[in-house]
Design a protein around this ligand. Sequence first.
Ligand code: ARG
Length: 466
Amino acid sequence: MSEDNAPAKLWAGRFHQPTDAFVEAFTASIEFDQRLYRHDIAGSIAHANMLARQGIITPAEAEAIVAGLEEIRQDIEQDRFSWSIALEDVHMNIEAALTRRIGEAGKKLHTGRSRNDQVATDIRLYLREEIEIIRNQILALQNALLLLAEREAATIMPGFTHLQTAQPVTFGHHMMAWFEMLRRDRERFADCNRRVNIMPLGSAALAGTSFPIDRHYTAQQLGFSQPSENSLDAVSDRDFAIEFSAAASLLMMHLSRFSEELVLWSSAQFDFLELPDSFCTGSSIMPQKKNPDVPELVRGKSGRIFGHLVSLLTLMKSQPLAYNKDNQEDKEPLFDSVDNLKGCLKVFGEMLPTLRCKPANMRRAASRGFATATDLADYLVRRGMAFRDAHEVVGKAVAHCVEQEKELADLSLAELGGFAPQIEEDVFRILTLEGSVAARNHIGGTAPEQVRQAVQRARDHLAVTP
Ligand code: ARG
């Protein structure tokens, strides 16, 4: 739009000179805040209805405003709306379009409000909606994990500490570990939403308004749990967005760990599972390559989401009350976090049900590396030896095996008896992988029976958790 027919600024009254062209572009947020149009319009409709209900504008004016806003929404959705940088942001673009369309009544919409409470309301409406979507995506992942855990409840794999074989575990138990992390993530978003779902509208610029508004009515119209208690706080704080970013960061941290395991497990060295071709890409030079790009990219995207958390914290740090233009910088990090988080959850949700594990390879890996050494020590304890002594004895047996290039179960009864006379024929049962996992048969343990019970409890929990 050229300078000559640039739309008049809604705040031009006290100015004598036009805005510097670069400053206009520099201070505008329209390029990124236009995505708030639906929430901005919803907030304006609720505000207009409240103004009419309170006798601050006439019912006819409110009707014209609501009809005009609804037309604008359709125009935006059908790509017939032209956004103007001169009008700075989504709020003034829509308000100016309304007045162009319906005339005088449009100029009354901003009675008793400010862009400061308006934008804070819009972001909260936006985030509330996104949190709902994100929570459903997490739920889909949780359900996929439950199916995997159920199917592979008795599938044996090596469990690791320090990425060294530690003790045998079941694949189902491993999947349920991810389930638990996601359970907490989903709870965190629900908890965050309790503080997101508070309505700033009515706080006006910073101190409230001199008009007889009914904030409870507006809050109810917009589905907020309550109006905010303090106007200065409501227009200025963005802690709810920081909280969202913190929850998003924790979720991404979990997905990055999950991704890392998928990358390792699908390598030729582990070969525990196969990722479907549709989630991998090839190499332009090495014909044999099938790269796990999807989990790698999810792992990599955790970086930007952690970064946005720090951006938002730094944005708020030391800001004096109340609203400052700094806050306009809240949107891009927040939007980018939401978009990328949803992308990661979508791709994971589609990939998980396609995972095929390779039980024979996992089993072979578990039978190397003395995964049942602790079981042997526990066996000796049950035969009266103190645990520290048993640890020492089994350590010696392992050292012997390393020299002989054998596993514990490969030793003869005579060889084992040489380390501790308490060892008898029944030792071989406890040295098996099945015996080892089945023995950990308590809540939180890896026994197949416990995995099945954990899956059942998880299903019961999901059935009663909104
Ligand atoms: N575009 C602004 C933002 O995103 C809207 C609020 C502007 N308020 C103001 N007093 N300049 O924060």
